[in-house]
Ligand binder design. Structure first.
Ligand SMILES: [Zn+2]
Length: 77
């Protein structure tokens, strides 16, 4: 029963097929702030299945927002 198609999610104990691959700079923080343990593949890529991508999507957006706030000196647009 070894079905191997595509990449597998990088989250520990998750064997779903990955739908996204993100750089560790992008996803690493979001994953650890969500309390998710992950393995990093070669080339520092993180592969995520649909479920786990959904889970960190929010914090990905938040991180981007915070970055933007930092760039504009903490003031909203
Ligand atoms: Zn997963």
């Amino acid at each position: 029963m070894s079905r191997r198609k595509g990449k597998v999610c990088s989250v520990e104990n998750c064997e779903n097929e990955s739908v996204r691959s993100l750089s560790i700079e992008k996803a690493g923080e979001a994953l650890s702030s969500a309390g998710i343990n992950y393995k990093v593949s070669r080339r520092n890529r993180i592969h995520l299945c649909k479920e786990h991508y959904k889970k960190i999507k929010k914090s990905l957006k938040k991180a981007q927002k915070e970055e933007r706030l930092r760039l504009t000196g903490g003031r909203p647009f």
